[in-house]
Design a binder for this molecule. Structure first.
Ligand code: KG4
Ligand code: ZN
Length: 355
């Protein structure tokens, strides 16, 4: 529940729809009452046979699952469609066919109900997910966004004012987890399985580099780490214990690299609040290490609950509700953006109001 989002505005409960990749997520967020309901359908088992997401299959499955999920979510919230004040949907970045399913359904529903609809940036959704929790942080903060497609450090001066501090030069953190898991024979999507395996790994048997921590700057590079793991794995006895030991060393390398860069970003900006979001934000070691670094250095770290780290409709409903409340509406044109620069978004409030 989050009273602090309530403003005099037209919104009312906002339906959020997420279909950018392989998860169909639907939620209802009410600015006055908080999150009322959310549902998620994951396509992971369908894509597992192919070792990765098949875009055409993803689109078709969103078509099958979206409307039943919308009905179920409204039912759980105790609402009918006519109670909605607006509709929010992920407009990008993501798979174009998958995005179009959510965008078309959302726009059609909003049109039929004569309510406003808004296309949400998927990464803004992730970034705002910690605000779904009790006692949400207020800007300014630094955000670490670590998902399957992105590894970014962002300075957030106000909601909607995003400046990129650092980005990955190659693989995203989640992608590095998934690819490393695959090369050690774990089934798709390997990231969470690799993290579970790492729990059984012994420390210090292997040690991998902490890429780009030895030079200034806030960019990341994870593809070399993957190669180091491959070489160590191929040269090993490939036993179960070795696999766990390698997984542990890999996780430690990624987590320490992320922690070093977060500390650096906070020092550079003078900001004392860190928020972490995206699928890799579910990683237990990362959560522990960032909380420990914060306790040591006097910054506070906020995470979404685990289910809102990975893709979900709640973060889209929240981001959309905030923008609709700020009066941001769009024409009824159905438009998605498979590529979309986060820093190009309009701020929620005019500059003078946030200065
Ligand atoms: O945010 P997300 O659901 O989708 C994207 O927008 O990409 O993130 C999915 C990514 C995958 O790469 C997955 O392997 C990773 O998050 N992930 C994890 C964990 N849970 C999910 N990586 C490390 N540890 C975890 N516990
Ligand atoms: Zn995502």
């Amino acid at each position: 529940m989050n009273q602090s989002f309530a403003k005099a505005g037209p919104a009312g409960p906002v339906l959020g729809i997420e279909t950018s990749c392989d998860e169909t997520g639907v939620a209802v967020f009410d600015p006055a009452r908080g999150l009322l309901a959310h549902t998620l359908y994951s396509q992971i088992r369908m894509h597992a046979d192919y070792g990765g997401v098949v875009p055409e299959l993803a689109s078709r499955d969103h078509v099958r699952k979206l409307l039943p999920l919308v009905r179920e979510t409204l039912g759980r919230a105790g609402l009918g469609v006519a109670d909605l004040g607006g509709v929010a949907y992920t407009a990008g970045p993501g798979l174009v066919g998958a995005l179009l399913v959510g965008a078309t359904a959302a726009r059609a529903l909003a049109w039929a109900l004569e309510r406003p609809a808004i296309g949400v940036h998927h990464m803004e959704g992730h970034l705002l997910a910690p605000l779904l929790e009790a006692e949400p942080p207020a800007p300014p903060f630094v955000a670490l966004l670590v998902s399957g497609g992105h590894s970014m450090l962002i300075q957030v001066d106000a909601i909607g004012r995003y400046a990129l501090l650092g980005d990955t030069l190659d693989d995203a953190a989640g992608e590095a987890f998934d690819k490393t898991a695959k090369l050690m024979g774990l089934p798709y999507p390997g990231g969470p399985a690799l993290a579970r395996l790492a729990e059984q790994g012994r420390p210090e048997r292997f040690r991998f580099a902490r890429p780009m921590t030895d030079r200034p700057g806030l960019d990341f590079s994870f593809s070399g780490l993957k190669t180091q793991v491959l070489l160590a794995w191929q040269a090993s006895d490939r036993s179960e214990q070795t696999r766990a030991d390698v997984a542990r060393a890999f996780e430690e390398a990624i987590v320490e690299t992320l922690v070093v860069k977060c500390r650096r970003a906070l020092a550079q900006t003078g900001v004392r609040t860190l928020i972490v979001a995206g699928g890799v934000g579910a990683n237990r070691r990362l959560r522990e290490q960032l909380a420990a670094a914060g306790a040591q250095e006097g910054f506070r770290t906020y995470f979404p609950r685990l289910e809102f780290c990975t893709d979900n409709g709640a973060m889209i409903a929240l981001a959309g509700a905030l923008r609709l409340q700020a009066g941001q509406v769009e024409s009824a044109q159905i438009r998605v953006r498979p590529r979309w620069d986060l820093a190009s978004l309009p701020p929620l409030e005019p500059a003078a109001a946030t200065a």
